[in-house]
Design a protein around this ligand. Sequence first.
Ligand SMILES: O=C(O)CCC(=O)C(=O)O
Ligand SMILES: [Fe+2]
Length: 365
Amino acid sequence: MAATAPFFPKTSTASITNPPKMTSVKKLAESRGLASIPPVYTFPSNPQDEASSESEETIPTIDFSLLTSSDPNQRSKMIQELGKACQEWGFFMVINHGVSEVMTKEIIDAVKEFFDLPEEEKQEFQEKHVLDPIRYGTSFNISVDKVLCWRDFLKVFVHPEFHSLNNPPGFSDTTLAYSEQVLKLTRELLRGISASLGLEDNYIDKALNLEKGLQILVANFYPPCPQPELAMGMLPHSDHGLLTILIQNEIGGLQVQHKGRWINVNVIPNSFLVNTGDHIEILSNGKYKSILHRAVVNNRAPRISIAMPLGPALNAIVRPAPKLLDNQNNPPAYIAMKYKDYLEAQQSSILDGKSSLDRVKIKMV
Ligand SMILES: O=C(O)CCC(=O)C(=O)O
Ligand SMILES: [Fe+2]
């Protein structure tokens, strides 16, 4: 059987040299008397059509206190459940994670204060390259988006080097405290995932050099939208990293795809939502898939979500774990690639399902 490595295109520099000017959706939504959305935010077919409001299937829950329990039986039971959640869903809720409710509330408030700053103050971080450590913008990538998403964002690289903003006051301290706790939690979950794959507990941590892993604060702001049925907060996509940890204010809007259907996520209070990213799919050679998810908008209240993906170190080369491969029955299904190159290409492209991952898949001929 021969395998061909697909071509992974070089990033265009258009977004660096000549970025289009942005208008935040927050500003647009606050303009007086906005009764309908401009055509550039209107999707050709009703984007929310297929959502199923309730599912007879329940999203898995992982009890973090049991995963880290000193009782080996409890830990191995949770590792099994974690593996099952990764294989069947790619999405789960984490309870008893030890991060205080006060801290999650503080970070959501800090992010809200950032988006509430006057536009002139936020502009400093606008129109940046996708690998700049602090980036404020709207939609996903306005250099390439054909229809804009009803979403503003702030992305800050918080690890391995901690970057932050001086304004609003307290933003930096709150972000540092939260991201350190989430980093610990994510690395622990990845130990469990390594074990569930039959690898050493610290395999992922070591192979991908998570000591220098890239952790990003992705803050999303979705203002109320006068025609939510025509707009989209975030298009269906999978995340680039290994795992993403997500929290939100009291407003829902996240949907995940499960067995080909969109499922509204109803959050257990004080839990973290976790999804597997493209690099877990690559590392596990497709045993665990990255999950498609999207965000819908509403006409009632602003929604804030904070996603914190953790990926490999930027210069780490990711490939399927050799121990999981077998030339006859399980040959490598993805090419080896430097995380930085993957990230740059994914962030510079249109958000389109799992198209970035498809480009590193080996086509069997
Ligand atoms: O707002 C949400 O719930 C989803 C955010 C998300 O998928 C992302 O930031 O990658
Ligand atoms: Fe996402």
